[in-house]
Design a binder for this molecule. Structure first.
Ligand SMILES: Nc1nc2c(c(=O)[nH]1)N[C@H]1C(S)=C(S)[C@@H](COP(=O)(O)O)O[C@H]1N2
Ligand SMILES: [Mo]
Length: 573
């Protein structure tokens, strides 16, 4: 007897852990069902009732600034993903805890889910502008979550009881509950289920050994697992589907689609030869879908153009406010401008070119009348981001600094600043290209600081003249024979005069340039080369129209942009 006691205790321990884990799974699946039902109901009756969005925004509002900055510093462009993943992780852990609680101390798990639902409802109804029905989706979802958790854990308990009661060793069962209640019996008592005698159930005690499962247990197991799987898959499909449909058909998306942007008075003339035909070379205009995105916004701001306004304040003769209509009524023109991020490394992809429809910022500033002494414009986004742009750059008649309302023939995409953003040729985005812009404050560099200035970046940052090799790529082997080496070069506001390529540290040879659209738009370059088998070094450098040679010395992106000639390897087979 004693010899078999220890292994049996171990088996019991493993079993207990396994069932606790399954209970945790039941909790997670119930929470998923809660969210899925709420998302579906929100889609149908109250768009602002999505608990995922409401709780997400709530958390983002209360996350301390240092945590946001940590996320941005550590995860860069993935900061939002990180925050959402953290929220998701908390939800999963809490749901698992609810499952285990429901298993160990029913109905505490169900109570926990109900409490979480109540908190979500509070987050929803306290958001500004919440509609009366907004709480309904989460209330219904919570009811479903609570019911499911109760049912799932009940099924799990039945399965566990079947396993326990079917254990063939008689010695562990005949003990009277009042003397030393076995765990199972006490649980059943708490559930109001009468203890099942060892002989009950479809399996014959003794017929089932430990490894082979008794029949009743396998039936109960299936009942639990099948329901769990159905709920898990159903929630994933319904929840994701609802979110996707909601996002695709949000009223703001509809407003953007329907937005009538007046046609431009002038359009960009793209000269013949502006676009080279080389496979692997960046296209002259970057599609909106491929355009890089960099910002600190945790959720893309939603702004209805009907309520959007731009105010000009600070050191001006007349403070003024323009509506979207006022702005476009000033007259739209088309501009071709290459946007560049200060975080673009040598050879990097954080730049792109678009045709923008917009209004010169100088026209708006002129209406307000900047006062003498002012030397900076602090532009503000609805989400709190700010950029410091030299006033002179924005008032210069020969520079096309604009408020853009359209990008490559459509209203600005939400991620790129809908409904209005700034685009300033020749300055890195962080000091000029404010998306979702709502205010200009005419001020001084002395008096005001923009978002990135105290974070290690210069208050003023002209784009450094640079060039990039697009093809061949370092990771793609090419065949020997005639080969086109090609890429882009940019020197916004000045223009590119020359691009040179050096192979295997040989002489610098002039590449062929595409015909420039204007000085604010990158040019493409190409060099024909008879590739010989082996590995080759290729380097590129550009010279601008003012005669400046691209800086050879490498510099990191902070504080004011990377420099250095790109050198890459080409493997010719
Ligand atoms: N509101 C807001 N505007 C912003 C930013 C931001 O974080 N918030 N980032 C700027 C930076 S650093 C760059 S490089 C450009 C990028 O514009 P894009 O995302 O449209 O490519 O937007 C600028 N405008
Ligand atoms: Mo940037």
């Amino acid at each position: 007897m004693r010899a078999t006691e220890a292994p049996r205790a171990r088996t019991r321990g493993v079993r207990r852990l396994r069932f606790a884990a399954l209970a945790a799974l039941a909790g997670v699946v119930s929470a998923a069902a809660l969210l899925a039902v709420a998302e579906l109901v929100a889609l149908v009756i109250a768009r602002d009732g999505s608990p995922v969005l409401a709780v997400g925004s709530f958390v983002i509002d209360i996350v301390p600034r240092w945590a946001k900055e940590f996320a941005i510093e550590t995860f860069g462009a993935n900061d939002k993903l990180f925050l959402l993943a953290s929220i998701g992780a908390v939800v999963v852990v809490a749901a698992a805890v609810a499952g285990v609680l429901q298993w160990l101390r029913p109905p505490l798990g169900a109570v926990l889910i109900a409490l979480a639902g109540a908190l979500a409802v509070i987050a929803i109804v306290t958001r500004t502008g919440a509609t009366p029905l907004a709480s309904v989706p989460t209330v219904l979802g919570t009811v479903v979550g609570v019911v499911l958790l109760t049912v799932l854990v009940k099924r799990l308990r039945r399965w566990r009881d079947a396993v326990v009661t079917d254990v063939p060793t008689p010695a562990s069962h005949p003990v009277a509950p009042s003397v030393a209640p076995p765990v199972a019996a006490s649980r059943r008592a708490r559930d109001g289920v009468a203890p099942v005698p060892a002989s009950a159930g479809s399996a014959t005690p003794g017929a089932a050994g430990e490894p082979g499962e008794p029949r009743r247990a396998s039936v109960d197991r299936r009942r639990f697992l099948v329901l769990t799987a159905i709920v898990a898959v159903g929630s994933a499909v319904v929840g994701t589907g609802s979110r996707v449909v909601a996002a695709a058909t949000s009223s703001l998306a509809g407003i953007r689609e329907a937005l009538k942007i007046p046609s431009a008075r002038t359009s960009v003339e793209v000269p013949a030869g502006a676009e080279l035909d080389v496979p692997g070379l960046s296209s002259l205009y970057t599609s909106n879908a491929d355009f890089y995105r960099v910002d600190t916004a945790l959720t893309v701001p939603s702004i209805d153009p009907a309520t959007w306004s731009l105010t000009v304040v600070g050191m001006v003769d007349t403070e003024l406010t323009l509506s979207f209509q006022d702005l476009v009524d000033l007259g739209l023109d088309e501009y071709s401008i290459t946007l560049t991020c200060v975080s673009n490394e040598v050879g990097g992809e954080l730049l792109g070119t678009a045709k923008w429809l917009g209004v010169p910022i100088r026209d708006v500033l002129a209406m307000a009348g900047p006062q003498s002494g002012a030397d900076m414009v602090l532009s503000k986004s609805i989400d709190g981001f700010t950029a410091s742009t030299p006033l002179g750059t924005l008032t210069d008649d020969s520079l096309d600094a604009i408020f853009a309302v359209s990008m490559n023939g459509e209203p600005l995409p939400f991620e790129h600043g809908f409904p209005v953003r700034m685009v300033v040729p020749g300055l890195y985005g962080y000091v000029s290209a404010t998306k979702w812009v709502t205010e200009l404050k005419v001020t001084t560099f002395e008096a005001d600081e923009a978002y990135w200035t105290p974070r290690g970046y210069s208050a003023e940052a002209p784009i450094k003249l640079s060039s990039r090799i697009d093809t061949p790529r370092i990771d793609k082997q090419v065949a020997a024979g005639p080969l086109k080496i090609a890429g882009v070069a940019w020197a916004q506001t000045v223009g590119i005069e020359k691009v040179e390529v050096s192979i295997d540290n040989g002489d610098w040879q002039a590449a062929t340039l595409s015909t420039a659209v204007n000085a604010d738009t990158w040019v493409q370059w190409v060099m024909d080369w008879d590739a010989t088998t082996g590995t080759h070094y290729v380097a590129v450098r550009a010279t601008d129209k003012a005669g400046n040679l691209q800086i050879e010395e490498r510099a990191p992106i902070a504080p004011n942009g990377s420099s250095g000639w790109q050198r890459t390897l080409i493997t010719v087979a």
